[in-house]
Design a protein around this ligand. Structure first.
Ligand code: ZN
Length: 67
């Protein structure tokens, strides 16, 4: 995967903060950077959408969905 630097944040950084992003606990500046990156980077957009969907599922159904 090619590392991109869209929206002032790199793909490798996206992966690190995606957890906090999904939780909605990041500051406004970082949130905006991530949103800009996801809009222009297809890789992170796909990965991010799946990750957030999975996290939402886990919260809704509880950890037992993993078993
Ligand atoms: Zn990316």
């Amino acid at each position: 995967m090619k590392e991109r630097n869209d929206g002032g944040i790199k793909c490798s950084e996206i992966v690190e903060v995606l957890d906090d992003y999904a939780e909605g606990i990041l500051n406004a500046e970082t949130t905006k950077k991530i949103q800009n990156h996801l809009r222009s980077c297809e890789n992170c957009a796909n990965f991010g959408a799946r990750y957030v969907a999975l996290l939402g599922l886990l919260k809704e159904q509880g950890p037992h969905v993993l078993i």
